[in-house]
Design a protein around this ligand. Structure first.
Ligand code: GDP
Ligand code: IMO
Ligand code: MG
Length: 424
């Protein structure tokens, strides 16, 4: 059995949830390794939709073990809300199959308040964060003042850490004209949740490592997308974690040798939520068409997603950064009825033709896309079940993407449902 990493190859919302759910059938353990409830991963099974923000998208497969790795930032309130929602649907969310690493950092109320206060002050320069406290929680981790999941089982340490963190946070709230927070109140609220969370705590590194050693297969579920990576994305318009495949190992505590297959999830066009450069964005009818037909509204915040054509230089960089072995191409059905399909194959940057994004901060905001035009298609492909059923124009588009990226397309998604998938 081999292990698989699922990575978003663009700016998020590529359809990772659907593909993780699909591949979970052949996996034993599914682990989230970064991000938090800024993610919104949608799964549709026989018409019924489930949106997961924190819990791995393998949870609907009853016999699988699902883990929240140390690289994730976990909001305990959101975790329990999600557990309750799944339980109400009849999903098994017992601690035997749903585990949180003891080392996972917790998102606390002051992280969310700080996220909001910082965004409010960035007038004209907002990142457009999801407001979930992701950045401030990772800041505390790096500053070595974070609260970790295992602290829920150590009340004295927990109390001390919250009080310590608030010394600085309350000074910031005062600076930002926001109300200060009370350590006792935060502590009491957390202690009320603790009895339901502590049973889920685990040595996640050992769970994953032991499964790997026993020849069972592990599926690593990425969140966000490669171009939202804190180092390699369109900084500063990025999230606060490494979203690239390399972090799959560190984010749950296994060797990089465990990462066999690395699947890049690529939407057949491009979307982005929040601020930041987006060279192929279409602000005209084409963008509006993609948004309406693709239901491009955020699964987490409900914000309309910015829409545009496929951007190959962005994908080429994702291939390199992640070492993609193959691509899962999603939402092809959405392109139906467009008179032509355009693909950005290179950029004009300061008078030169370039094949990869510029590496300077803001560089991607200064490129002009160079497009290639392909034939559109009018056929409804949402019921196609194999390659041969796809119209020649759609096959040509897929082949061109393979050529331009240098990576095979192994999975083709033609609709949101688990069944609407072609595996080559
Ligand atoms: P993720 O964050 O990468 O998991 O993606 P999201 O769930 O945020 O957004 C993807 C959206 O597209 C969801 O509403 C999915 O149900 C939907 N979706 C996934 N694959 C397809 C597809 O092939 N066709 C269509 N029409 N919708 C899809
Ligand atoms: P999934 O896993 C799309 C974006 C936000 C914002 C930036 C920083 O569903 O693909 P943050 O709250 O992380 O500090 O916000 O990152 N962002 C996402 N965009 N899909 C996501 O997750 C995202 N998670 C964060 O919109 O631009
Ligand atoms: Mg999403």
């Amino acid at each position: 059995m081999s292990n698989t990493v699922i990575i978003g190859a663009q700016w998020g919302d590529e359809g990772k949830g659907k593909i993780v759910d699909l591949l979970s059938a052949d996996s034993d353990v599914i682990v989230r390794f970064q991000g938090g409830n800024n993610a919104g991963h949608t799964i549709k099974v026989k018409g019924e939709q489930t949106i997961l923000h924190l819990i791995p998208s393998g949870i609907l497969h009853d016999s699988k073990v699902c883990l929240i790795g140390n690289g994730v930032v976990c909001d305990p309130v959101v975790f329990l809300e999600e557990v309750d929602r799944l339980a109400a649907q009849g999903v098994n969310v017992s601690p035997e199959r749903l585990k949180i690493s003891k080392k996972t950092h917790l998102i606390l109320p002051y992280h969310k308040a700080l996220d909001a206060a910082r965004e409010a002050r960035r007038a004209g320069k907002k990142i457009g964060t999801t407001g979930r406290g992701i950045g401030p929680c990772y800041e505390d981790k790096a500053a070595r003042v974070g609260v970790r999941a295992a602290d829920l089982a150590n009340p004295a340490l927990l109390r001390e850490k919250i009080a310590h963190a608030l010394l600085e946070k309350n000074a910031l709230f005062t600076l930002y004209g926001q109300p200060v927070m009370d350590a006792d109140q935060i502590y009491d609220e957390l202690m009320a949740l603790a009895p339901r969370i502590v049973p889920h705590l685990a040595d996640a590194s050992s769970v994953v490592g032991d499964a790997w050693a026993a020849g069972r297969s592990v599926l690593f579920e990425g969140a966000q997308g490669t171009h939202l990576d804190i180092d390699h994305g369109t900084y500063p318009f990025v999230t606060s974690s490494n979203t690239v495949a390399g972090n799959a190992a560190a984010g749950c505590g296994v060797s990089p040798r465990a990462l066999d297959r690395i699947v890049g999830i690529v939407k057949a066009y491009t979307t982005r939520v929040g601020a930041g450069p987006f060279p192929t964005e279409q602000l005209d009818d084409t963008g509006a068409y993609l948004r309406a037909k693709g239901h491009e509204f955020g699964a987490t915040t409900g914000r309309p997603r910015r829409c545009g054509w496929l951007d190959i230089p962005v994908l080429r960089e994702s291939v390199r950064l992640n070492g993609l072995t193959d691509i899962a191409l999603t939402k092809l059905d959405v392109l139906q009825n467009l008179p032509a399909i355009e693909v950005c194959v290179a950029y004009d940057y300061k008078g030169e033709r370039i094949s990869f994004p510029p590496q300077e901060e803001g560089g991607l905001g200064e490129v002009t896309p160079i497009y290639e035009k392909l034939d559109g298609f009018i056929e409804d492909i949402s019921g196609c079940t194999c390659w041969d059923e796809l119209p020649p124009t759609v096959q040509a588009y897929i082949r061109r993407i393979e050529e331009l990226c240098g990576v095979p397309v192994s999975i083709i998604s033609v609709g949101p449902d688990r069944e609407q998938t072609i595996v080559r």
